[in-house]
Ligand binder design. Structure first.
Ligand SMILES: NC(=O)c1ccc[n+]([C@@H]2O[C@H](COP(=O)([O-])OP(=O)(O)OC[C@H]3O[C@@H](n4cnc5c(N)ncnc54)[C@H](OP(=O)(O)O)[C@@H]3O)[C@@H](O)[C@H]2O)c1
Length: 325
C-alpha cells in the first residue's frame, strides 16, 4: 500500500508519499481501507519531530479516519468485512489501509459521508472525555473554549450547547468569532484585541467559567485560573503557549478549583475504548439527528497533505481539514 511517510522531520515538504508494507490486523483488530482522514495539530508536531508515536504504533501520521472494513483479525466479533466505519487512531491514518483495535471503531453516523465522518473521532473523543467525563460540565454552567474556531473548538461549542451549557470562546478576529457564533457560542472574545478574563468576568457577573478547555498551556495558565469560577475545572489539552508556567496556588485554593492536563493518544486501549463507547452512546445520536455536525473547512487529496499542513500552520481554516484517499 501507500502511505504519507516522514523520512526526516521538517517542514510540510517532509511528508513523502511512499510504498510501504501493508499493516496486518492483530488480535482484536480490523483492517480498514481508508477513504478519508483528517489533519490534527498533533500531526504537525509529529512531522516536525516533536511528537513521537507511542512504541509499537504506526509511524505514519493520522489520528482518525473513515473507510470500510477490509479484513478481520483474530478474535473480532460484532464487526464484518464491508462495514462502513470511522476510527480513533494512534497513528497511520494518512495511508491506504490501517489496522485498528475494535474498541476504537465507530459506525459512520447515518447520513454522513466518509469525508465528514473522518473529521469526527479525534475531536469528539477529545471533547467528550475532557469536557464531560473529566470536567463534568453540567447544564446551566459556563464553559470557556479557547480556540473556538479550531477543530476541537468547533466541536466543543456544539456539544456544550447541546447539553445546555453557556459557551464563551476565544478566537483570532471577527470572522472566526462569527463562525463560532453560528455554531452557538454565546460570549465572543477576540484574543488579539481583548482580555478574556475581563470579558468573561463581565459576561458572568464576576463569577467566571465553571469549566475551561485550554489549548495554550503556560501562556494562559495564570489568567485561566483567574477566569475560573469557584469550584471551577481547568482542563489543559494543548501546549501551544509553552510548557512551564506559574500558578498562584492561593487563587486556586480560594476557588477550590482544579487544574487537570490530559492527552488522548497515550491512553491505554481500555480507556480509549471506554471513551469511544461513551461517544457512541451520547454523541452519535446528536450527530445522527443533526444537532451536532462535523465542521469541515475543506477536503484535499491525501497527496496534498503538505498543503493541508500549511493551511493549519497559517490558521487559515475553521474546523477540520480533511484528506481524501
Ligand atoms: N490532549 C489531547 O488529547 C488533544 C487532542 C486533540 C487536540 N489537542 C490540542 O488541541 C488544540 C487544537 O487542536 P486542533 O487540531 O483543533 O488545532 P487547530 O484547528 O490548528 O487550532 C489551533 C487553534 O489555536 C488557536 N489559537 C492560537 N493562538 C491562540 C491564543 N493566543 N488564544 C486562543 N486560541 C489561540 C487558533 O485560533 P485562531 O485560528 O482563531 O487564531 C486555532 O483555532 C491543539 O493544541 C492540540 O494539540 C489535544
Amino acid at each position: 500500500m501507500h502511505a504519507m511517510t516522514i523520512p526526516e522531520p521538517g517542514g510540510p515538504e517532509a511528508l513523502r508519499w511512499a510504498e510501504v508494507p501493508d499493516p496486518v490486523p492483530g488480535e482484536g483488530e480490523v483492517l480498514v481501507e481508508v477513504a478519508a482522514t483528517a489533519v490534527n495539530r498533533a500531526d504537525l508536531l509529529q512531522r516536525q519531530g516533536f511528537y513521537e508515536p507511542p512504541p509499537g504504533s504506526s509511524r505514519y501520521p493520522g489520528l482518525e479516519c473513515a473507510g470500510r472494513i477490509a479484513a478481520l483479525g483474530p478474535g473480532v466479533a460484532g464487526w464484518a468485512v464491508g462495514d462502513e466505519v470511522c476510527a480513533l487512531l494512534v497513528g497511520g491514518g494518512y495511508a491506504e489501509r490501517v489496522a485498528v483495535p475494535v474498541g476504537q471503531l465507530l459506525p459512520v453516523p447515518k447520513g454522513l459521508t466518509a469525508e465528514q465522518a473522518a473529521a469526527l473521532p479525534e475531536v469528539v473523543c477529545t471533547v467528550w472525555s475532557n469536557v464531560f467525563l473529566t470536567a463534568r460540565l453540567r447544564p446551566g454552567e459556563t464553559v470557556l473554549v479557547h480556540g473556538g474556531a479550531s477543530g476541537i473548538g468547533t466541536m466543543a461549542i456544539q456539544l456544550a450547547k447541546a447539553v445546555g451549557a453557556r459557551v464563551a470562546v476565544t478566537a483570532g478576529g471577527p470572522e472566526k468569532l462569527a463562525r463560532c457564533a453560528e455554531l452557538g457560542a454565546d460570549v465572543l472574545i477576540d484574543y488579539r484585541e481583548q482580555d478574556f478574563v475581563e470579558v468573561l468576568g463581565e459576561a458572568t457577573g464576576g463569577a467566571g467559567a465553571d469549566v475551561i478547555l485550554d489549548i495554550m498551556g503556560a501562556k494562559y495558565l495564570s489568567r485561566n485560573v483567574d477566569a475560573l469560577a469557584v469550584n471551577g475545572r481547568l482542563v489543559i489539552i494543548g501546549l501551544q503557549g509553552g510548557v512551564q508556567g506559574e500558578l498562584n496556588l492561593n487563587t486556586l485554593l480560594r476557588k477550590r478549583a482544579a487544574v487537570i492536563a490530559t492527552n488522548l493518544r497515550g491512553r491505554p486501549l481500555a480507556e480509549k475504548a471506554a471513551i469511544v463507547a461513551a461517544v457512541r452512546e451520547h454523541v452519535w445520536p446528536l450527530v445522527e439527528s443533526g444537532v451536532v455536525r462535523p465542521v469541515v473547512d475543506r477536503v484535499l487529496p491525501l497527496a496534498e497533505a503538505a498543503e493541508a499542513h500549511r493551511v493549519l500552520e497559517a490558521g487559515a481554516q475553521v474546523g477540520k481539514v480533511v484528506l481524501k484517499v
